[in-house]
Design a protein around this ligand. Structure first.
Ligand SMILES: Nc1ncnc2c1ncn2[C@@H]1O[C@H](COP(=O)(O)OP(=O)(O)O)[C@@H](O)[C@H]1O
Ligand SMILES: N[C@@H](CCC(=O)OP(=O)(O)O)C(=O)O
Length: 383
């Protein structure tokens, strides 16, 4: 959870009311809610119940974007596997088979309501590269304008482990920000966030989360279901990412989706902590994955965090990782704390030649093209 999250001014009822009044919603559904109890085959009855609830809201004029997991789980049966594969290559093979089945099922389900679905497969790179991010926005906007129901998943068959999201909860939060959704709904196989793993004695439902400090005592460490990936941890993080963009999130059981969308007191509502915004800073903090790090001295930390300055090579003491110019990197203070993330102007090959040197000295030595800052403040998000 981000330390920057603060308590929301909204009441519980106001937030529920806003969910019911939302005009644009991102709904994420997990593998465990779409597959049979033993995993491995699509549970068509549950999938259709979800589709029917969403189609009813769409008929009321609400725009719905569906982020659906389940490709790997749906590929388990057809591939004759006994359980969810652990290795990436077999997961990708399962996703390749299962994604087709998944979208065919949505196509048939929404088709009963006269609705058409459009498959959108995204990779983490599509959010890390700002140009890809805005391209994805254009496509989704056009699909919605055409009355299509976008069905999004990670492009599992091509994503390698380094560039993988791995969980659709965060992807759904990024999509919610991308399209300026009012609400993010995270559907899973438990009916709410609990104080502890739900089957443990004494675990209680948490109806509302107002700020990060309320989550301090909540145990979200337990692993997810047999077919799911991230468990509660990734859902709580997704709700926090959405909240920082001013988006209300609700976590609930897939079977309760109609109640959630009607604003009923089901599941757990996460009140937004930030203002509605489509800022570059938000994107840098939440949508990018750092490719390396620049360790800086105490003076540079003050310049960035208190004086709103750009990062100059003079303040950098160490370069970590392998990255190209334009890549997102973390900025780490002398005490090891990450203080910012930014888009670097130089690669990890160029930077070591420049450390601790003044801009003028570097330009005299390496040429005028090396007179730029290491990270310009317009491309810097200070934590
Ligand atoms: N504090 C908690 N509250 C609710 N559920 C929890 C908690 N901690 C762990 N879980 C587990 O998280 C699981 C949901 O995560 P996951 O299997 O990844 O879902 P999905 O496939 O829907 O993404 C639940 O089955 C539940 O047992
Ligand atoms: N992209 C993967 C799902 C990854 C994922 O986040 O799964 P889950 O925890 O069930 O939401 C798939 O379609 O199988």
């Amino acid at each position: 959870m981000s330390a920057a999250v603060v308590a929301s001014p909204l009441t519980d009822e106001q937030a529920r009311g806003q969910v019911a009044a939302s005009r644009r919603i991102v709904v994420k559904v997990g593998s465990s809610s779409l597959t049979s109890a033993d995993g491995g085959l699509l549970d068509h009855a549950r999938l259709h119940a979800l589709v029917n609830a969403l189609a009813a809201r769409i008929a009321d004029g609400v725009q719905v974007v569906l982020v659906s997991s389940g490709a790997i789980a749906a590929g388990i049966g057809p591939l004759g596997l006994a359980q969810r594969p652990n290795d990436l290559a077999t997961q990708q093979a399962a996703a390749s088979v299962g994604q087709g089945a998944l979208v065919a099922a949505y196509d048939a389900g929404f088709g009963h309501h006269g609705l058409t679905v459009g498959q959108v497969l995204l990779t983490a790179d599509d959010t890390t590269r700002r140009s890809h991010y805005t391209n994805a926005r254009r496509t989704l906007e056009r699909l919605l304008a055409l009355g299509i129901v976008p069905v999004i998943n990670e492009n599992d068959t091509v994503a390698t482990s380094e560039i993988r999201f791995g969980d659709n909860d965060r992807l759904a939060a990024l999509v919610a920000h991308l399209i300026g959704a009012d609400t993010l709904v995270l559907l899973t196989d438990v009916d709410a966030l609990y104080t502890d793993k739900p089957d443990r004695p004494g675990a209680r439902r948490i109806p509302v989360v107002r700020g990060a400090d309320e989550l301090a005592a909540v145990d979200v460490s337990a692993r997810g279901s047999r077919v799911g990936t991230g468990g509660m941890q990734t859902k709580v993080e997704a709700a926090s990412i959405a909240g920082a963009a001013g988006i209300t999130a609700v976590l609930a059981a897939a079977g309760d989706v109609a109640g959630v969308l009607a604003g009923e007191d089901v599941g757990t509502v996460f009140l937004p902590s930030g203002r509605r915004r489509a800022s570059r800073t938000w994107w840098l903090q939440h949508a990018t994955t750092s490719r390396g790090a620049l360790v800086v001295d105490a003076g540079a930390v003050t310049a960035l965090t208190e004086r709103g300055k750009s990062l100059l090579p003079a303040g950098i003491t160490e370069v970590r990782g392998t990255f190209a110019d334009g890549d997102p990197v973390d900025v780490i203070g002398p005490d090891g704390q990450v203080v910012a993330r930014g888009l670097t102007n130089y690669s990890s090959v160029e930077l070591p030649l420049m450390l601790g040197r003044s801009t003028r000295e570097i330009a005299a030595d390496l040429g005028p093209e090396y007179e730029r800052e290491a990270i310009h403040r317009d491309h810097l998000a200070v934590h």
